[in-house]
Design a binder for this molecule. Sequence first.
Ligand SMILES: [Zn+2]
Length: 241
Amino acid sequence: MWDKITYAAWFIIGTIFGSFANVLIYRPIAGLKLTEPRFSVCPTCRRRIEWYDNIPLISFIILKGKCRHCGTKISPRYPLVEFVFGLSFLINHILFPIDVALCLDAVFLVSIPAVFTDFKLMLLPDYTWITILIVGIYTNVTYFRQFMILDIIGGLISLSVLLFLRMRYKDGIGEGDLFLLPVYSFAVGFMFMPFLMLSASIGGIIYSTVRRNKVIPFGPFIIFFGYSLFFLRLFTSFRIV
Ligand SMILES: [Zn+2]
């Protein structure tokens, strides 16, 4: 019984962070600062959204997906992101000890907004790679100390590959990727690092070929495969062995 209450609580906490992630997604794309205005406003009528209209998932259902004041439709992306966050937090806390689950929660929180901003603006926020670096160091020191040297080498290898590519193809590699790939390479560990580099490159190249983009947004692919492999690394060491 107590377990179920705890899990329900983690789902709800996840949706609250999902709601915060929506702010991190929406504001840069709308050209707004992250800190101003202090409260949420409707993008159409600019009226303030009160707390009771801002409850994750529930408000969307009560308001039938429309602004209370002007009736403008609210994008289904908002409840969807909130739900996915709830689910992700729930899974993390079912599978892992609390510190590992919190590490995964933090990486998820900084990764999802970066996927959106990189696709829309070719922009990877600095808070993403900084958080992944901190989490990577924590999990390494706490659980993977015996691989630390190898994992650092893995991060350095991917950094060198990127620096080399950047010298050869000036605009091919964005500045954000230059930080994001090495920190994810370090966090997923030496064994998974080649898979990360390979899958992110293939993903980015396929995407830009299909969309006929000149600039390849590697960020979303680094994040997708990076998060999956980081999850897999923790899963294989905590659930199977
Ligand atoms: Zn409105």
